[in-house]
Design a protein around this ligand. Structure first.
Ligand SMILES: [Zn+2]
Length: 220
C-alpha cells in the first residue's frame, strides 16, 4: 500500500531530517514545500515570482498558491507509491484541499512530532555554527570539530526567538491537529529522545496507522 504521509512538528524538532529518512527508506519523494518555494523563487517561475513578492511584503504565501504548488507536485508519477509531505499543510484550508487531492489514493497518515518547549529551547540555543565551513555543532565544542574554525551562535537561535516561533507554531498548528486528531491514522510521536529513537518511534507509528481499522475496512 502507498504511504501518503504528512509530518507535523515544531521548528527544531528534527522533522525535516526524519521526513527525509522515511522517504529514503520507503523509496518515495520527500516533498518539502519550504524547499520547493525557495527553488521556485530562485528559478523565477510564475509561482516563484508571486511567492517572492508576497514574502518581500511580509505576507505569507496564500493557501491558494501553496495548494497549487502541492497539487502540481502530487501529479508527478513519482508520488504513485506515496510521499512524505514536510511543511504542508499549515492551515485547515490546506488540509481540506489535501484530502480532496488524495481522495482516490490510499488514506493520509499524519504524524505529529511532539517536543516540550524547554527541550526545543535547549537544543536550538545550544547550537553553534562554524563561521568557516558551516558545520553545525553544540556549545560544548570550543572550535569547529571539522575544520577548527570559530563557532558562532546564529542570531535567531536565542531563547526569545525560539519561544516566539513556538508560540506561532502552536497557534497555527493547533487547529490543524484538531482537524486530524480523531482519525485512526493520526499518530503523535514523542520527539524528546535521540534522533535514532525518534526514527524508531516514527516507523512504529506508521505501521500502527497502516493497520488502523479504517484503512483495513477501506482495503477489503
Ligand atoms: Zn568548520
Amino acid at each position: 500500500m502507498a504511504l501518503n504521509l504528512v509530518m507535523l512538528g515544531p521548528p527544531a524538532a528534527g522533522k525535516g531530517t526524519q521526513a527525509k529518512t522515511v522517504a529514503r527508506e520507503r523509496g518515495i519523494p520527500h516533498i518539502s514545500t519550504g524547499d520547493m518555494l525557495r527553488e521556485a523563487v530562485q528559478a523565477g517561475t510564475p509561482v516563484g515570482r508571486a511567492a517572492k513578492a508576497l514574502m518581500e511584503a511580509g505576507s505569507l504565501v496564500s493557501d491558494d498558491v501553496m495548494i497549487e504548488i502541492v497539487r502540481e507536485r502530487l501529479d508527478r508519477p513519482d508520488t504513485r507509491d506515496g510521499f512524505v509531505l514536510d511543511g504542508f499543510p499549515r492551515t485547515v484550508a490546506q488540509a481540506t484541499a489535501l484530502d480532496g487531492l488524495i481522495r482516490p489514493r490510499a488514506p493520509l497518515i499524519v504524524i505529529e512530532i511532539i517536543v516540550p518547549a524547554e527541550a526545543l529551547v535547549a537544543r536550538a540555543c545550544g547550537r553553534r555554527t562554524c563561521r568557516d565551513c558551516g558545520t553545525i555543532t553544540t556549545a560544548a565544542n570550543a572550535a569547529c570539530p571539522a575544520c577548527g574554525g570559530p563557532l558562532v551562535q546564529r542570531r535567531d537561535d536565542c531563547e526569545e526567538v525560539v519561544r516566539e516561533r513556538l508560540r506561532v507554531y502552536e497557534r497555527d498548528t493547533r487547529p490543524l491537529v484538531d482537524y486530524y486528531r480523531r482519525r485512526p491514522t493520526f499518530q503523535p510521536v514523542d520527539g524528546d529522545q535521540s534522533p535514532d529513537a525518534v526514527g524508531v518511534a516514527i516507523r512504529h507509528a506508521i505501521e500502527t496507522a497502516l493497520e488502523a481499522p479504517a484503512l483495513t475496512g477501506r482495503r477489503t
